[in-house]
Design a protein around this ligand. Structure first.
Ligand code: UDP
Ligand code: MG
Length: 335
C-alpha cells in the first residue's frame, strides 16, 4: 500500500489543531470524485480517487510553540497511531520546520500543509490524482489570496516580479508551500542542506515534473499570522540573496556606469578649464555628487555584506534545526 504523509509545521496553533486533525481524519475515510481538465482538451472528465487504498501519516512538527500545541499533538498521537510528532528544540522558522518534517516523514508522497486551515484539504484528491499520473510536484496555486492587506498583496506580487527578472529559474507567483511531493522530489530537497532556506526557490530549483492545481485560499481560522511586515521584508531579502547573485551584478554595472559618467565629466571639465580658465563654482553640485556616490558605495557594500553574511552562516555548518524529540523518543544529541 502506498503511504501519503501530511507534513504540517505548527507554531502556536493550539486553537487550530483539533479541527485540523478532524479534517484530516475525515479526509482519509472518504472517497472523492475529482474533475480534471487534461491539457489540450476542452471538456473536463471525472475520476474517482479512493482514500481507502492508501496508508496515511499525519506528521506534525512543533516549531517551538509557546502554547499547548505540543500537548495537543501528543494527545492526538495517543489516540491515533498515524500521528507522528517532531518536536524542535526551539522556534527555527517554517522553512526549517518543513525540512524537519520532510526528513522524518516516511510516505511515498508528502502533502505539505499549513496548520491554520488556510490550505483547503478538498484539493488534495486532485493532487493525488496527478501524482498517480506520474507528476512529482503537484503544487497548489492560489486563485485568490484570502484576507490579506492590500499592501501585503502588492508587496508580494512585486517581489515575485522582481525575483523573476533577476534569476534564470522562475519562481511561480501565488504558489506557496501547499503541495504534494513525490519521494523523489523530497529526496532531492532534503539533500539541499543550506541553513538559510528559501523553499519556494528550492522547489523550482530541484525541477521534476510539475503540475498546477488551482484553489481558493481561505482565511486563517484562529490566531494571528506569524508573518509581520518586517519578517516578510526579511524573507524577501532572504529569498533574493539565497536565490540569485544578480544584486552583485547590478552594483557592478552601476559602478561602471557611474565611473564612465565621472570620466566623461572629467574630460569636459578639463577641456572647459583649458579653454576658459578655471572658476571655482558648483559647490552644491559637488556635495550632491559626493553624497550620491557615498550612498551608492554604502548600498554596494551592504549588498556584498548580505552575501558575506550568508557565507559566514553557511561556513559554520550548523544543522538547520535541532530535534528535541521524535514521537516519544527524546533526542540525546549524541548521534
Ligand atoms: N509556522 C511555523 N513556524 C514559524 C511560523 C509559522 O511552523 O515560525 C507555521 C504555522 O504554524 C502555520 C504555517 O507555518 O502552520 C504558516 O504560518 P502563518 O499562517 O503564520 O503564515 P501565513 O499563512 O500568514 O503565510
Ligand atoms: Mg496562515
Amino acid at each position: 500500500m502506498k503511504k501519503i504523509s501530511f507534513v504540517i509545521p505548527c507554531h502556536n496553533e493550539e486553537a487550530n489543531l483539533p479541527k485540523l486533525y478532524d479534517e484530516l481524519d475525515r479526509f482519509t475515510r472518504a472517497s472523492y470524485q475529482v474533475s480534471v481538465k487534461e491539457t489540450g482538451t476542452e471538456t473536463g472528465t471525472t475520476h474517482p480517487v479512493d482514500m481507502n487504498v492508501y496508508d496515511f501519516e499525519f506528521l506534525f512538527v512543533n516549531d517551538g510553540s509557546g502554547d499547548g500545541t505540543l500537548a495537543i499533538m501528543r494527545e492526538l498521537r495517543k489516540k491515533d497511531s498515524r500521528v507522528s510528532v517532531v518536536n524542535l528544540s526551539r522556534n527555527f522558522g517554517k522553512e526549517n520546520a518543513m525540512l524537519a518534517g520532510m526528513d522524518y516523514a516516511s510516505g511515498d508522497a508528502l502533502v505539505i500543509m499549513d496548520a491554520d486551515l488556510q490550505d483547503p484539504i478538498e484539493v488534495v484528491p486532485e493532487m493525488i490524482y496527478w501524482w498517480e499520473k506520474g507528476y512529482d510536484d503537484v503544487y497548489g496555486k492560489r486563485a485568490s489570496r484570502g484576507q490579506e492587506s492590500a499592501m501585503r498583496k502588492i508587496l508580494s506580487l512585486s517581489f515575485y516580479n522582481m525575483l523573476k527578472k533577476m534569476s534564470d529559474i522562475d519562481i511561480l507567483p501565488n504558489v506557496g508551500d501547499f503541495r504534494l511531493l513525490d519521494r523523489r522530489a523530497v529526496r532531492a530537497l532534503t539533500g539541499l542542506r543550506e541553513t538559510q532556506r528559501y523553499m519556494k526557490g528550492l522547489y523550482c530549483w530541484v525541477g521534476f515534473e510539475k503540475k498546477e492545481v488551482v484553489f481558493d485560499r481561505g482565511d486563517r481560522e484562529n490566531g494571528k499570522s506569524s508573518y509581520k511586515l518586517a519578517k516578510l521584508v526579511n524573507l524577501a531579502i532572504e529569498g533574493i540573496t539565497s536565490y540569485t547573485t544578480t544584486p552583485l551584478r547590478i552594483s557592478t554595472v552601476a559602478g561602471i556606469i557611474v565611473s564612465l559618467m565621472a570620466f566623461g565629466y572629467l574630460v569636459y571639465m578639463f577641456v572647459k578649464t583649458l579653454l576658459w580658465g578655471e572658476v571655482v563654482t558648483g559647490f552644491p553640485t559637488l556635495i550632491c555628487v559626493i553624497l550620491f556616490l557615498g550612498g551608492m558605495q554604502l548600498l554596494a557594500l551592504g549588498i556584498i555584506g548580505e552575501y558575506i553574511g550568508r557565507i559566514f552562516n553557511e561556513t559554520k555548518r550548523r544543522p538547520p534545526y535541532i530535534i528535541e524529540s521524535f514521537n516519544e523518543e527524546r533526542n540525546s544529541l549524541t548521534q
